[in-house]
Design a protein around this ligand. Structure first.
Ligand SMILES: Cc1ncc(COP(=O)(O)O)c(C=O)c1O
Length: 390
């Protein structure tokens, strides 16, 4: 019999749907797959070439330090300085095999059995399961405002002070971005309550319109603090397959993470680390080109989805690359759907459109669509949604 912890967690719904969609595509079915948060762009060539060069020079033949190459940590430090004018030391940086592993390791380091971890709903699917894997108690807070943003008011109403608060800005799946003031208030609350604050900033370079992204790094010193920043190259550099992410934290937390990683992955794959160095230190134009393209697609989709009957978008997203929209309850009742899970399955089988339901994001009644896809796919997705929600 397998260990109980396996039964305790759910499979990643976005990965499961992505897998199903890919299988259907492999069987010749014309599926539009908007399930996963994966840019459709190629990794920029200068980045891939850096990995090839490293392989040819045999720089990739040995282990590196568990928490990453010194050059990559320095690249993270240099880009943090450039982007936010904040200075870090290498022992505050832990490079991991994707930001997902940074988050997993962090939960293992921070959470004791029974510890409470909170995050606003909707939230990224893995937070809840990673907390459960650490035997913590996960609780999603439904923010009192329509933009799905956690406020000081919400925090002041909690019955129990959590050990950890996870905040994701720009947000997957809602596309919300916290303002400087909102972040300052939350940071000062976590400080006053002695709560660890994990700020997942993986979509930090992807904001639109006049929205400004504010990193927790600019608002709080990490030394001797309980604020931890999570980031990585997956989203902004079209590098989801390379698996490089990192945590920036106080040295005590960073060292504890490294201790665990020494028994998990050892170092992240070295060729990918060299690619990430180039991503962070090389030309940045590809990031801006992709960002502009995402913004165009957001505008197109927002306009086109807004006029579809029986669905509504709570607010126009301003960051990440998702639209999280609500399905009209009457439509569900009329057609005998018990949940948006059912709708998500019906969209896949009837319309050949893969979009995950809000259930996995802690918010039933919604569907999430990723617009990090080609314009043709988005046009087709709009048609299929229009047909389904008639
Ligand atoms: C909010 C959020 N955090 C972290 C991750 C993990 O990113 P990766 O493991 O690819 O670096 C994702 C990926 O979808 C995400 O959406």
């Amino acid at each position: 019999m397998l260990a109980k912890r396996v039964d305790k967690i759910a499979s990643s719904p976005t990965l499961a749907m992505g897998k199903k969609a890919k299988e259907m595509i492999a069987n010749g079915i014309d599926v539009v797959n908007l399930s996963q948060g994966e840019p459709d762009f190629n990794t920029p060539e200068n980045i891939s070439n850096a990995a090839i060069t490293a392989i040819k020079a045999h720089l990739t033949d040995s282990y590196t330090a568990t928490n990453g190459l010194a050059e990559l940590k320095n690249a993270v430090i240099a880009s943090t300085k450039k982007d936010y004018n904040v200075s870090l030391s290498p022992d505050q940086v832990v490079i991991t095999t994707g930001a997902k592993l940074a988050l997993y390791t962090l939960m293992q380091v921070l959470v004791n059995p029974g510890d409470l971890v909170i995050t606003p709903a909707p939230y990224w699917v893995s937070y809840s399961e990673q907390v459960k894997l650490a035997d913590g108690i996960f609780k999603a807070i439904n923010p009192s405002n329509t933009k799905f943003k956690l406020t000081l008011e919400d925090l002041n109403q909690l019955d129990t002070t959590p050990k950890v608060l996870i905040l994701n800005t720009p947000n997957n799946p809602s596309g919300a971005v916290y303002s400087k003031k909102e972040l300052e208030q939350i940071i000062s609350w976590t400080k006053s309550q002695d709560v660890y604050l994990i700020l997942d900033e993986i979509y930090g370079k992807l904001v639109y319109g006049d929205t400004i992204f504010h990193s927790g790094l600019t608002l709080s010193s990490l030394a001797d603090s309980k604020v931890i920043i999570i980031n990585g190259v997956s989203k902004a550099y079209a590098m989801t397959g390379w698996r490089i992410g990192w945590a920036i934290a106080d040295v005590t937390i960073a060292n504890a993470m490294t201790k665990l990683l020494g028994h998990l992955t050892s170092n992240p794959t070295v060729a990918a680390q060299y690619a990430a160095i180039e991503a962070l230190t090389g030309p940045q134009d590809s990031v801006e080109i992709m960002r502009q393209e995402f913004e165009k697609r957001l505008n197109f989709l927002y306009q086109n989805l807004s006029i579809i009957d029986n669905i509504s978008i709570p607010f126009k997203p301003v960051g990440s690359f998702y639209i999280f929209f609500k399905v009209d309850l009457k439509f569900m009742q009329r057609h005998g759907y018990n949940s948006t899970n059912d709708i998500s399955m019906a969209l896949l089988t009837e319309e050949k459109l893969a979009i995950p339901s809000g259930e996995g994001f802690g918010m039933p009644g919604y569907l999430r669509l990723s617009y990090a896809k080609s314009e043709d796919e988005l046009v087709e997705a709009t048609k299929r949604l229009q047909h389904f929600f008639l």
